[in-house]
Design a protein around this ligand. Structure first.
Ligand SMILES: [Zn+2]
Length: 205
């Protein structure tokens, strides 16, 4: 994948192949048509054709933003520490992707590159534990809740580093920060507690 700078003009013929490459990658990752349209400036009809040609299906339906901010950061009945950990891993991939160059990168390119890195990092964990992973549309929604990890005041989700294990994890503005604990440390503590009781951990661990 050719790194795409933030200011690459999609009408500039020098960037047309990189934009097409980005569109192909996003189709193969299962991105919604609106998301691809927004980042490649390809018309909806062309994205439809690409989906048909590359995957033999039409683009996934539904709104672009899936999931409220709390869904990605809070532990609830529907989410787990393992889910928050997955979100943290993806956000850190996105953050680190900018370190490959001094030139500010195109947001869509960075999303796809970070998503691919995230899938490869979490591959083994997912195979071993059947942990749910983010899809690219959820990854985009999560990023939007963090204001794309910019220093925008009022972003609903922020990335915080755990002082104990140094891993980064998402936190939400809707709850006091000190009540939001690191998912990796939580999982580790649960594992130790369960093994101390001679029990097998559930699939979340
Ligand atoms: Zn930790």
């Amino acid at each position: 994948m050719t790194p795409l700078p933030e200011d690459a003009d999609p009408r500039d013929p020098r960037w047309s192949i990189a934009y097409l490459e980005l569109a192909h990658g996003m189709v193969l990752a299962g991105a919604k048509a609106k998301l691809i349209e927004r980042h490649t400036h390809l018309p909806h009809r062309r994205i439809h054709e690409l989906y048909k040609a590359l995957r033999g299906v039409v683009p996934p339906a539904g709104p672009l933003m899936q999931g409220r901010a709390d869904y990605f950061a809070l532990r609830t009945n529907h989410t787990s520490a393992a889910w928050a950990l997955q979100c943290g891993i993806f956000l850190e991939c996105y953050e680190r992707m900018q370190l490959i160059t001094k030139t500010p990168l195109h947001r869509g390119w960075r999303l796809l590159a970070a998503f691919k890195a995230y899938l490869s990092i979490t591959q083994k964990l997912t195979e071993a534990t059947a942990t749910k992973r983010l899809d690219i549309n959820q990854a985009y929604a999560l990023l939007a809740h963090t204001a794309f990890l910019t220093q925008t005041p009022g972003a609903a989700v922020k990335l915080r580093r755990c002082p104990a294990c140094l891993l980064k994890f998402p936190t939400t503005l809707s709850k006091p920060l000190d009540s939001q604990v690191c998912p990796a440390c939580t999982m580790n503590a649960n594992l130790q507690r369960l093994s101390g009781q001679g029990m097998k951990p559930n699939r979340d661990f």
